[in-house]
Ligand binder design. Structure first.
Ligand SMILES: NC(=O)c1ccc[n+]([C@@H]2O[C@H](COP(=O)([O-])OP(=O)(O)OC[C@H]3O[C@@H](n4cnc5c(N)ncnc54)[C@H](OP(=O)(O)O)[C@@H]3O)[C@@H](O)[C@H]2O)c1
Length: 260
């Protein structure tokens, strides 16, 4: 089996389930040592146990600077480096129209989805990548590339994360690459409201005729983390089964094909 990340170490935030867990598993399968975080040590450890022998689970709320620093320090102590950071932890407590949101929900969304990637990037750059290089991958969303009802504040946070990805790519070049993945609707707990009651309708709007699975995104994270993408930085890779191109004219053509 090819192990392009043998001897490398990755931290994946928000990895107790869903996309983060799949990304951690993909990185581990590629030979990396992997640190998985979640809000509780228990959840993080359980996820790490499910990933394999070179996985370590550490409890660290993504916005808690002391816990984040301790996590990065423990990673370097345990494995000797931090070559990959996947800023994956995300939240969406602000459902509904933007003008209906209060400052608390706005601040929580922006703190977890935007500030945490800045915080963790700084910590890994200071601890290792600044001297040795590395790759940072942010989990954005196709919601950051388009607009739609109900998830406005979340979309704003992901649009800002895509911009941040470009900004950090410039600031940290040439030794550190910074990219993002932008998933469409993926079968996870966070996105349940988008697919659980109406998976068929989502599939109908998806040219590749299924909703996403966490492993679809994990594979893209692995690509952006590894040297297979060594001349790519500042980019956002859409992984959505064609949902973005499927909106508008392409969706009409698809609907006609399905109906026909
Ligand atoms: N699923 C989709 O359709 C979709 C589409 C586009 C983008 N995304 C993005 O993908 C990322 C992962 O989401 P998911 O869909 O895989 O959701 P998920 O299955 O609900 O997983 C979320 C993960 O984040 C952890 N987490 C949540 N808040 C955290 C915090 N403050 N600090 C540390 N960890 C935290 C959770 O662990 P604990 O609960 O154990 O703490 C869990 O491991 C998010 O950034 C999300 O915005 C998802």
């Amino acid at each position: 089996m090819s192990e392009p990340l043998a001897g490398r170490t990755a931290i994946v935030t928000g990895a107790s389930r869903g996309i983060g867990l799949a990304a951690a598993a993909a990185l581990h399968d590629a030979g990396a040592n992997v640190v998985l975080t979640a809000r509780t040590e228990e959840a993080a450890r359980a996820a790490a146990d499910s990933v394999g022998p070179r996985a370590l689970g550490i409890g660290a709320h993504a916005t808690d600077e002391d816990l984040a620093r301790a996590c990065v320090e423990r990673t370097v102590e345990a494995f000797g480096s931090v070559d990959v950071l996947v800023n994956n932890a995300g939240t969406n407590p602000a459902y509904g129209p933007v003008l209906a949101q209060d400052h608390g929900r706005f601040a929580k969304t922006l703190d977890v989805n935007l500030w945490a990637p800045i915080l963790w990037s700084r910590l890994v750059v200071d601890a290792w990548m600044g001297e040795h290089g590395g790759s940072i991958v942010n989990t954005a969303s196709i919601g950051g590339l388009s607009v739609g009802p109900d998830l406005g504040i979340y979309h704003v946070s992901k649009a800002a994360l895509i911009h941040l990805t470009k900004q950090l790519a410039i600031e940290l070049a040439p030794s550190i690459r910074v990219n993002a993945v932008a998933p469409g609707v993926v079968r996870t707990k966070l996105a349940e409201a988008l697919w659980k009651e109406h998976e068929g309708a989502v599939v109908e709007r998806t040219p590749l005729a299924r909703i996403g699975e966490p492993d679809d995104v994990g594979a893209a994270v692995l690509f952006l983390a590894s040297s297979a993408s060594s001349w790519i930085t500042g980019e956002t890779l859409v992984i959505d089964g064609g949902q973005m191109i499927g909106s508008g004219a392409a969706a009409d053509a698809l609907a006609a094909r399905v109906e026909g």
